[in-house]
Design a binder for this molecule. Structure first.
Ligand code: G3H
Ligand code: 13P
Ligand code: ZN
Length: 336
């Protein structure tokens, strides 16, 4: 059993409180490998942003849970080495789908876990979430629950259609489970294909797809029911067209990939939405850079020569999100 505090990590409670009061959102970036982690820590440390390192159960299998624990501990030390004397880094389980998985993460040094019971019948979601909260809170680990269903693949949780969160359920869910934050469904979804072309309109000038707006009315209704309570948005990659174009130019095939427009995420960040999940944009930045190097230099076979540029591209993207979308720069409790 390792407590996250021994690793230099923090839970999400204080960072969320300040984010809501300050009208910005904390970035929750998924990572699976060293280059992603380096880019996340570099961008967030330079910009003095609190950050959530997010690990899915797939990432845990891919990278090895023990290694991940040391990587998160290493991230704290790396941030200090980069000149950030008091980093605020949380290690969070993304889309936990069982009590056992959440417990295992708490026991291995995670500072925050998500229990995603959103695909379960309501009462089962309440019971499972409450069980995770009761365990996690003994160790001061914060817990995110979810109500409403996002379309797309959420690791082992798969949904063909989305269902918005019902505002009339949120008070009961939060009070009975004791969760610290609530992920909601207002029209975002996972992956690089968030909307079908039929759900979008097309910009007559560029021919690009224009997605339908998020359901801010549902978010507003939830905020009325739960004033000041931390809200989380999953599926919030914007799927930058420059990366999609680069991937397609250099041998890839991502037709009609479309994400959430950044203006909408900026608007959400100013509300009670205090955690915004981004994974796909990192995958796109990485893949675009790797494809470009390998297409332009077919003789290259040193992974550092293409993973290095991929890391730089991801760092640029993370910096942009922090500065121009979420507004979490210069928001550490101790800036010196
Ligand atoms: O919500 C899903 C995240 O993007 C994690 O994806 O399960 O493929 O690691 P993954
Ligand atoms: P994206 O696929 O939009 O990056 O969403 C990631 C996410 O919600 C992780 O939980
Ligand atoms: Zn998600």
């Amino acid at each position: 059993m390792v407590n996250y505090k021994e690793l230099g990590l923090v839970n999400t409670r204080e960072m969320f409180k300040r984010a809501i009061n300050g009208g910005y959102a904390i970035p929750a970036f998924n990572f699976n490998n060293m280059e992603q982690l380096q880019a996340i820590v570099k961008a967030s440390s330079d910009l003095k942003s609190p950050v959530i390192l997010q690990v899915s159960s797939g990432a845990r299998k891919y990278a090895n849970q023990t290694l991940l624990q040391y990587m998160a501990q290493g991230a704290v030390e790396y941030a200090k080495e980069l000149g950030c004397a008091h980093p605020e880094i949380a290690l969070h389980l993304d889309h936990g789908n069982s009590f056992e998985l959440c417990k295992s993460c708490v026991d291995m040094g995670f500072s925050s876990v998500m229990i995603d019971g959103s695909a379960l019948p309501y009462e089962e979601n309440v019971a499972l979430t409450k069980q995770v909260v009761e365990y996690a809170h003994q160790f001061d680990v914060t817990v995110e629950g979810e109500l409403g269903v996002l379309a797309g693949v959420e690791d082992e949780v798969v949904a063909a259609e989305s269902h918005y969160t019902k505002p009339e359920e949120v008070i009961d869910f939060v009070s009975r489970t004791g969760v610290d934050s609530l992920a909601i469904s207002i029209g975002t979804s996972h992956g690089a294909y968030k909307f079908t072309p039929e759900q979008c309109t097309r910009d007559p000038k560029t021919g690009k797809l224009v997605p339908p707006p998020l359901a801010f009315d549902v978010l507003d209704a939830i905020m009325v029911k739960l004033p000041g309570f931390p809200i989380v948005l999953h599926g919030s990659s914007s799927v930058p067209q420059e990366y999609v174009d680069m991937i397609n130019e250099f041998g890839g095939k991502l037709p009609d990939a479309v994400g959430i427009p950044e203006e909408q995420l900026r608007k959400a960040s100013k509300s009670a939405v205090c955690k915004i999940n981004i994974d796909s944009d990192s995958r796109l930045a990485f893949t675009a850079a790797v494809r470009k190097v390998l297409a332009e230099k077919p003789g290259e076979f040193d992974p550092r020569k293409y993973c290095g540029p991929a890391r730089d591209e991801m760092e640029k993207m993370y910096r942009h999100k922090i500065l121009n979308v979420l507004g979490s720069d210069n928001k550490l409790a101790q800036l010196d």
